[in-house]
Design a protein around this ligand. Structure first.
Ligand SMILES: Nc1ncnc2c1ncn2[C@@H]1O[C@H](COP(=O)(O)OP(=O)(O)O)[C@@H](O)[C@H]1O
Ligand SMILES: [Mg+2]
Length: 227
């Protein structure tokens, strides 16, 4: 593995179901990303983008092939416990399905991330506040999560994914609910942490406006990464 490489997919396939309902969602995918790289993942609905992010982010086991992340190998036989540990310590997700905890307010939703990661506890409340302010949620810190708009929820979800300073971020349509001003803020923040911390970020999106923050665009169609 070269110095700047952080993740590599070797011949990754992912199938759902069996027999008549077998879906080949990923077909022999090959991909390498470097530290500090931001890439957009584009392609039609059903192309396999969410599946790619899930397998690459160790949420789902691949059916075949291997993922080399941070010098360690993960494949269909890797124990769930190891996948979970790696995710908690090193990977941030911005997924639509990653819901907020409705019983907690905005800042509490970000603070709970500290309980599950291996973070420096000192000064974390200040850090949570700062990240929410950066995402222009400073006026909503004590707001009940259930009363937020779609765009506000999305920004809290982004704060949660970023607060642990993961080395890899998988974002699935992160600007889907946001107006262009907020979309730009998110894109700028992705670029900033990629440059400053070397965070690697893969963003599945239809949003052409995010191109400004990306080093590269990866196109997918019908389960394949196009060359
Ligand atoms: N849990 C699942 N079970 C069965 N099929 C699935 C599942 N998730 C996704 N698929 C199928 O896999 C293919 C790729 O889906 P997905 O990764 O969600 O694509 P995209 O995010 O690009 O829209 C689609 O045909 C979809 O219907
Ligand atoms: Mg999707």
């Amino acid at each position: 593995m070269s110095d700047s490489e952080i993740i590599r997919l070797n011949d990754i396939s992912k199938h759902y179901g069996t027999g008549d309902i077998l879906v080949k969602a990923l077909k022999n995918a090959e991909l390498m990303m470097k530290k500090g790289e931001v890439a957009l993942l584009m392609g039609p609905s059903g192309a396999g983008k969410t599946t790619l992010l899930s397998v690459m982010g160790l949420l789902l086991h691949p059916t075949s092939g291997e993922i080399i992340f941070n010098d360690k190998i993960y494949n269909r036989k890797t124990r769930q416990k190891i996948m979970t540990e790696t995710r908690r310590n090193s990977i941030g997700f911005i997924f639509q399905a990653f819901n907020l905890v409705e019983s907690l307010n905005v800042i509490q939703n970000v603070e709970i991330m500290y309980k599950i990661g291996k973070l420096e506890k000192k000064g974390y409340k200040k850090k949570c506040k700062e990240i929410l302010e950066m995402l222009q949620m400073g006026h909503r810190l004590k707001h009940a999560s259930k009363d937020l708009s779609g765009g506000e929820r999305q920004r809290v979800a982004i704060a949660r994914a970023l607060i642990n300073e993961p080395m890899l971020i998988m974002a699935d349509e992160p600007t889907g609910n946001l107006d262009s001003e907020n979309g730009r803020i998110i894109g700028e923040y992705f670029r900033k942490i990629a440059n400053e911390r070397g965070t690697t970020i893969l963003i599945a999106t239809h949003d052409e406006r995010l191109k400004f923050c990306a080093d590269r665009i990866i196109h997918m169609e019908d389960g394949e990464i196009l060359k």
